[in-house]
Design a protein around this ligand. Structure first.
Ligand SMILES: [Zn+2]
Length: 264
């Protein structure tokens, strides 16, 4: 099993974080092999087995994992003690309607599930607050990362300058071709779409750079550029290592990105 991490977050011993890949699990095609998503049509017991393998590799009990049921609306939820483990072994208990989770409670591993969308991890070492977000094109246009920073500030008194951010593997600007409808919405959401939409064709299609768009929103929310690490790994190009919704034409598994404050 391969597990990725961010250098910028590894410096902090008070947290554990990860990005999982697709290798080392028990699922069969098209979910081969470390699929962590219950909702994609895979066998439920196999998904639990995969989640247990990951939990074991990370040294975190599966009962600490808390999963978001992402809906691309840009909503952020604060996770309290009583929600520890929500959705870890049952899809029905997944935290509903949240594209980002934030918590300052130790031993809650906040997880988003990914196959092309952008996973974003957050940590404020001063206030000891962790967060995770999922930014597809809709979440990006609804400013999910800015909303998450807002919850750090309003809910926990965080200062933007203290927050460390990792932007994980997702479909890259090399492969993320979008149509006129998406481009029109990017135009509305950003003052200058040229920065984020590249190689526009005669037919009006172009390539959307989700990494730069999310990074720009973070900088706009006051996060210093030096605090932001971008993995720059394209899931579509690296479909052997990660699940890619687009490469597998919608029939695929999910990898995870998570972060947890370590308890004493
Ligand atoms: Zn690519």
């Amino acid at each position: 099993m391969s597990i990725w991490s961010f250098d910028g977050l590894l410096k902090y011993k008070g947290i554990c974080h990860f990005v999982s890949g697709r290798m080392g699990g028990a699922s069969h095609p098209p979910f081969h092999s470390l699929n962590l998503g219950f909702h994609v049509g895979d066998n439920q017991q196999t998904v639990i087995k995969n989640r247990r393998r990951l939990a074991c590799a990370l040294g975190i009990p599966l009962s600490c994992f808390t999963f978001a049921k992402q809906i691309h609306k840009g909503g952020v939820k604060i996770i309290t003690e009583k929600l520890r483990g929500a959705g870890s072994v049952e899809q029905g208990k997944t935290i509903d309607g949240a594209d980002a989770l934030v918590s300052n409670v130790p031993n809650i591993c906040l997880v988003v599930l990914i196959a092309d969308c952008v996973p974003v991890l957050f940590y404020d070492p001063v206030k000891n607050v962790a967060g995770v977000a999922h930014a597809g094109w809709r979440g990006t246009l609804r400013q999910i990362v800015k909303n998450t920073i807002g919850v750090f500030q309003e809910g926990f008194g965080s200062l933007s300058r203290d927050i460390i951010v990792g932007i994980g593997p997702s479909i890259g600007p090399c492969c993320y071709e979008v149509g006129q409808e998406v481009i029109a919405q990017v135009e509305e959401a950003f003052p200058s779409k040229e920065i984020y939409i590249d190689r526009v064709t005669k037919e009006g299609k172009g390539f959307f750079d989700l990494w730069e768009a999310n990074k720009a929103q973070l900088i706009g929310a006051g996060i210093p550029e030096r605090n932001i690490e971008v993995a720059k790994i394209c899931t579509h190009c690296s479909h052997d290592s990660f699940f890619s919704h687009r490469f597998q034409k919608g029939r695929t598994g999910r990898f995870g990105a998570g972060i947890m404050i370590q308890g004493g």
